[in-house]
Design a protein around this ligand. Structure first.
Ligand code: SAM
Length: 215
């Protein structure tokens, strides 16, 4: 059974799936996150990878050509169907989509060389529990790459946005959670800075980190 928060996320992302890729802000962010993952992680065409919270695949579709196989997972069937259509249209035949909510369902039985996720952690109430699930899904030596907002004051999402569990993260706290879970070689870097218009015509900046770690 889904929690009210997961229901809000599913409904909201199903509703906005068709327009998700229209935003230059989201597309630019995804280009930076994919480029930063490519710099930080030695991607291989032999690798089995999983993206968690893939949405319409703005990040995953850029990385799939450098991987053996990518299982792109999300809670929202609407976001996944946009991605499946794009992957089909561009001949990305090593990318498979799957509806999956690891906060409610068991993980797949396969083990992965890489798990990555962008802008999804802030929708997950119990992040340490999810990190532990990721740890169990990786092969020894496998890589985890997580991109999300640095801690912010709650102004990033509009007041109508439902399903937000965290106003970003402190890099040090997330790194400590990773270390406690058993990850090592933990590194943080800035992948991108999102600029958004705020009240009184001011532009606000929201840095996005990429944390990488190995099992
Ligand atoms: C802000 S969007 C980011 C999408 C994509 N990663 C991108 O960068 O464009 C967050 C995504 O996380 C998904 N999501 C939220 N909660 C989830 C959960 N519990 N399990 C799987 N996916 C979830 C949403 O459906 C949505 O597609």
């Amino acid at each position: 059974m889904s929690s009210p928060l997961q229901e809000s996320n599913r409904n909201r992302f199903d509703r906005i799936a068709a327009e998700w890729d229209d935003s230059p802000t989201r597309r630019n962010l995804a280009v930076s996150v994919a480029a930063t993952i490519t710099e930080a992680v030695p991607l291989s065409p032999q690798w089995q990878a999983l993206e968690y919270g893939c949405g319409t695949g703005l990040v995953g579709a850029q990385l799939a050509p450098h991987l053996g196989h990518l299982l792109a997972c999300d809670l929202s069937s609407g976001m996944l169907s946009v991605l499946a259509n794009k992957a089909h249209a561009s001949g990305l035949d090593n990318l498979e989509t799957r509806q999956l909510d690891l906060t409610r369902e068991p993980p797949p039985a396969e083990r992965y060389d890489l798990i990555f996720s962008s802008m999804t952690l802030h929708h997950i109430p119990d992040v340490p529990a999810l990190l532990s699930t990721f740890h169990g899904m990786l092969r020894d030596g496998g890589w985890l790459a997580l991109a999300d907002l640095d801690a912010e004051d709650g102004s990033f999402h509009s007041s109508e946005a439902e399903g937000v569990a965290h106003h970003g993260f402190e890099r040090t706290e997330l790194s400590q959670w990773l270390e406690k879970t058993g990850f090592h070689e933990i590194q943080a870097r800035t992948a991108h800075t999102i600029e958004k218009n705020a009240a009184e015509d001011r532009t606000r900046q929201y840095p996005v980190f990429l944390l990488t770690a190995r099992r």
